[in-house]
Design a protein around this ligand. Structure first.
Ligand SMILES: Cc1ncc(COP(=O)(O)O)c(C=O)c1O
Length: 427
């Protein structure tokens, strides 16, 4: 350890979980990873990108694509993103402009949606402020919240997502403790949540917004809707967003082209409430002078070409098939074991598996060691639960996130067999 007097923020950002997982993967190259949340390398659109790169570079003034852009991003892609978003919403762009005041000027292009999530945390949360989250939720976001000194507090969650009555009880608890003013954000991943695969039910989307309207009519508590997996439904039907049913400017929407297209381009976007647009741009300007300008034009070209939809269709099909393979292999190798269960997702990249309560899946547990010995990796469920809960419930430590993103069908079958042996050895 160095004695360098680092800032408080540097300490808040320290998070060993990812490093531990990466180190495990590097130390055990023969290990099959059900842990990595990466997309399937076989789906990465080399030919589409090659053609789009050649096409944009053949455009007049192509040299300027290699120039700096602006912090908010290239207008050309912001317009395409707005059109794509309107398609997902099932509403023409003109109607979004008329009814919601949404124009391309409110679409911000970021370095992956991760940067947008981080910018939101930075512009909305002071140290000690509270963000309410589902349990489990996207564990990287827990790190992002910790990184700004915020408190992530877990709200009761079940197979239909965050429980509205649990959210209300959380607000009551903070009100009684005189801390309601510190609650600034509710973070939700409504579609095929990373890690649980859960879809926040349509009724709950409405109920959560109605509850917030009733308890916080001024719209001080924002909802951050992280729609990273929205396009990855196995049946192809996009769900109706929280954003679309927001009567005001409460919901902030984060989207990404990482899961549906290529994470290596690092293109995500945010649709911000009017009052947040400039603060976000200012903050982003402090961090970079804009995200990769060339990549934005390249992606705009792909979207303009009309070839994006067919690609997403293929990606979805591929994940549906791989999910079926993993589920069948789990049935074969873990089926019928007492207290062992898993959820069948309707999209996304993850299967959430639960072991009997006393059987820890955490780093250093007998199961983690058995899995390492067998040569298979998973994400310990504990990492995905904020340590603090609104109802005082303990942090569960007996689940696993299994991803069917990276491995091919044979790899998934073998990984499930290894996991089955590891689990049987500790039950
Ligand atoms: C729920 C969720 N949100 C956001 C992200 C960030 O992705 P990106 O920065 O590549 O858009 C991820 C990546 O795994 C995710 O799972």
């Amino acid at each position: 350890m160095s004695d360098l007097p680092l800032s408080d923020r540097a300490g808040w950002a320290a998070d060993g979980a990812i490093s531990t997982l990466m180190a495990q993967a590097i130390e055990n190259p023969d290990c099959l990873s059900l842990a990595a949340g990466f997309v399937d390398p076989a789906t990465l659109p080399v030919e589409l990108v090659r053609a789009a790169a050649a096409d944009v570079l053949a455009e007049p003034r192509a040299n300027l694509l290699l120039q700096y852009g602006t912090p908010a991003g290239a207008g050309r892609l912001r317009i395409e993103v707005l059109e794509r978003f309107a398609t997902l919403e099932g509403v023409p762009t003109e109607e979004l402009a008329a009814t919601k005041g949404l124009t391309a000027g409110r679409v911000l292009l970021t370095n992956g949606s991760q940067q947008f999530l981080s910018l939101i945390a930075q512009v909305l949360l002071n140290p000690g402020d509270i963000c309410l989250v589902a349990g489990p939720t996207y564990f990287v976001m827990l790190g992002t919240l910790a990184g700004v000194g915020a408190r992530a507090v877990r709200v009761e969650t079940d197979g239909d997502g965050m429980v509205p009555a649990g959210l209300e009880r959380a607000l009551d608890r903070f009100e009684q403790a005189g801390e309601l003013a510190r609650v600034k954000l509710v973070y939700l991943v409504p579609d095929f949540e990373n890690p649980s695969g859960v879809v926040l039910s349509q009724e709950r989307r409405t109920a959560i917004l109605e509850l917030l309207e009733r308890r916080d009519p001024g719209g001080r508590i924002h909802v951050l809707e992280d729609a990273a997996y929205r396009e990855l439904s196995f049946d192809g039907a996009p769900s109706a967003s929280l954003w679309g049913r927001d009567p005001g400017d409460r919901v902030i929407y984060a989207g990404t082209f990482s899961k549906s297209f290529a994470p290596g381009l690092r293109i995500g976007y945010g649709i911000a409430p009017r009052a947040l647009v400039q603060p976000l741009i200012d903050r982003k300007g402090n961090e970079d002078f804009g995200s990769a300008h060339f990549n934005q034009h390249l992606l705009a070209k792909v979207l303009e070409s009309g070839k994006y939809d067919a690609h997403v269709e293929e990606v979805r099909d591929g994940y549906r098939r791989k999910c079926d393979v993993l589920l069948a292999a789990l049935d074969e190798h873990l089926g019928g074991l007492p207290g062992v269960s898993w959820r069948t997702p309707a999209g996304g990249l993850y299967v959430w598996a639960t072991l009997p309560e006393g059987v820890s899946t955490s780093f250093g547990s007998p199961l983690a060691e058995a899995a390492q010995h067998e040569g298979v990796m998973y994400v310990p469920g504990e990492l995905c639960f904020a340590p603090e809960s609104a109802d005082g419930s303990p942090r569960p430590a007996h689940d696993m996130r299994l991803s069917f993103g990276v491995l091919d069908a044979a790899g998934l079958r073998e990984a499930a067999a290894r996991l089955g042996r590891a689990v049987r050895s500790v039950l």
